[in-house]
Design a binder for this molecule. Structure first.
Ligand SMILES: NC(=O)c1ccc[n+]([C@@H]2O[C@H](COP(=O)([O-])OP(=O)(O)OC[C@H]3O[C@@H](n4cnc5c(N)ncnc54)[C@H](O)[C@@H]3O)[C@@H](O)[C@H]2O)c1
Ligand SMILES: [Zn+2]
Length: 253
């Protein structure tokens, strides 16, 4: 299928859909200037994300892991939602059954005003006590840079970023809700994700098996061909803006 034809097919499906479900990954925020893990800019000093975003790395050297998070928090603070985030925010305002499931921890969907965001991997803007203190142990902290590092809870223990690290489990309630969304999607868009991190990547075949039209938006196709009906090999912002334009033209006609 040629690019324009693929875009038109997806726009028609979106216009007819009751439930649109969108899964986003780091590529969603690439046009905002937030580096992906596996792309250029994915290294910090000499470390790979996979070596820092783990419970073992934090236990060994919390200050080092916090320096990396502080650097990422500063980068993200200087970025703004892109045109793709804004399209999803508009769709979510217009359609009650629309859901955005994100692997991103950057908060850019929320900053764009998107409703019903499910954060599979937590938020880089939240901190929580490693001892699990109920009071004062979990809070939003927007200040950048943070000092001193590592930040500490009122109880004296170290605070950690409230994100899901490699090897950790997702919040079961959030995952259940995302599974439910995937199963009742009419159109499922997987946007800017390398489809290598589970269980998030498993939502794509799940939606496909449940009958959704599955669309992958990624300049470098990543999801398994068995689970994808249409590929839009473009940047997330470019593809979402093009789809939104087609939807408006259809509506005006
Ligand atoms: N912005 C963020 O919050 C952020 C950034 C980096 C990593 N992460 C975390 O890293 C984990 C890694 O998984 P992942 O799949 O999200 O990221 P990833 O870095 O593994 O993959 C990014 C994907 O985005 C694609 N991509 C690059 N530029 C794009 C663009 N302009 N438009 C669309 N796609 C583009 C790449 O081809 C790649 O497939 C996630 O769990 C996530 O929590 C989050
Ligand atoms: Zn505490």
């Amino acid at each position: 299928m040629k690019g324009d034809e693929a875009l038109r097919r997806v726009a028609t499906a979106l216009a007819d859909a009751r439930a649109i479900v969108v899964l986003t990954g780091a590529g969603m925020s690439a046009a905002s200037g937030v580096p992906t893990f596996r792309g250029a800019g994915g290294l910090w000093r000499t470390f790979r994300a996979e070596d820092l975003a783990t419970p073992a790395a934090f236990a060994r050297d919390p200050a080092l892991v916090w320096e990396w998070y502080d650097w990422r928090r500063q980068q993200i603070a200087a970025c703004a939602p892109n045109a793709g985030h804004e399209v999803l925010a508009r769709w979510s305002a217009a359609r009650d059954a629309m859901r955005v499931i994100t692997q991103n921890v950057d908060g850019l969907h929320e900053r764009a005003g998107t409703r019903h965001v499910r954060r599979l991997h937590g938020s880089i803007w939240r901190l929580r006590c490693v001892r699990g203190c109920p009071a004062g142990g979990s809070r939003e902290e927007l200040e950048v840079p943070l000092a001193p590092l590592p930040p500490r809870c009122e109880c004296g223990a170290v605070l950690r970023p409230d994100v899901v690290w490699f090897g950790e489990s997702l919040d079961p309630a959030v995952l259940d809700a995302a599974v439910h969304d995937a199963q009742r999607a009419d159109v499922f868009l997987t946007v800017g994700t390398s489809s290598q991190v589970y269980p998030a990547a498993g939502l794509v075949p799940l939606a496909h098996a449940a009958g959704a039209l599955v669309v992958e938006i990624n300049p470098e196709p990543a999801a398994s061909a068995d689970a994808v009906d249409v590929r839009l090999t473009m940047g997330a912002d470019q593809a979402l803006v093009a789809l939104d334009d087609l939807l408006r033209q259809n509506h005006a006609r």
